[in-house]
Design a protein around this ligand. Structure first.
Ligand code: PGA
Length: 240
């Protein structure tokens, strides 16, 4: 199971102290071989974090990247080569908060291609808005996002899919179990060889309900991942 922490635009150098608890927990966790933890902090913390996790099986990723493989005159941007150099092994691409600021499926596709070529693994986010859900367009939207996002991507084995309904992110609302089960099944059929995660308001309370979705391969956790106790609780409860 994957437990991916998306810190979004939160955290400074001092926040790394809170990871001591997570490291201590993992060292003593009996099921540690069954899990893969990936922390995606702001880019400013990638290098420090990857050093912090040097002796433990926790990986670090970025939350976005530029689509160009090489260096270039793109003020304010960071490409995969730089992320890798800083210690990232993964990159989140297509998060709805980035899509909302104008990121198209075509741009997402370019970013995925570049990330794979650069040797980063991709956490590819897909999900419908509440309006699309109300119109029963979920499958159609997901199909389109996947088709365009993965267009001409040859090597798909290093891509993890995160199903994140936009209406679940940061709202405290999660899909109904049967609804989620069906959507994950739908994605599994489409992407037979990829891990499929769920993201959107995952916390230490609703994890009991979420873990009953037997075909999930893990979670992308935003808000609750910033608090080590809550994050550890989610992992523990997944295995109780
Ligand atoms: P949330 O965020 O857990 O705070 O809802 C999830 C995400 O945006 O990846």
């Amino acid at each position: 199971m994957y437990f991916i922490a998306n810190w979004k635009m939160f955290g400074g150098v001092n926040s790394l102290n809170s990871l001591d608890k997570v490291i201590k927990f993992i060292k003593s966790f009996k099921k540690k071989k069954l899990i893969q933890i990936i922390y995606c902090p702001p880019n400013t913390l990638i290098n420090l974090m990857s050093r912090k996790f040097r002796n433990i099986n926790i990986n670090v990723g970025s939350q976005n990247c530029h689509e160009q493989k090489d260096y270039g005159p793109y003020t304010g941007s960071v490409n995969c080569r730089m992320l890798k150099n800083a210690g990232a092994k993964y990159v989140i691409i297509g998060h709805s908060e980035v899509r909302q600021s104008g990121e198209s499926n075509d741009l997402i596709n370019k970013k995925i291609q570049t990330a794979i070529k650069s040797g980063l693994k991709v956490i590819f986010c897909v999900g419908e808005t509440i309006q699309q859900k109300r119109k029963k367009l979920t499958k159609k939207v997901l199909s389109k996002q996947i088709k365009l996002g993965l267009n001409n991507v040859k090597n798909k084995k290093n891509i993890i899919i995160a199903y994140e309904p936009v209406w679940s992110i940061g709202t405290g609302i999660i899909p109904k179990p049967l609804e989620l089960l069906k959507t994950i099944n739908f994605l599994k059929k489409k992407l037979k060889y990829n891990k499929i995660l769920y993201g959107g308001s995952v916390n230490s309370k609703n994890i009991n309900q979420l873990k009953s979705i037997y075909n999930l391969d893990g979670y992308l956790i935003g808000g609750a991942s910033q608090d080590p106790k809550k994050f550890i609780d989610i992992i523990k409860k997944t295995y109780i």
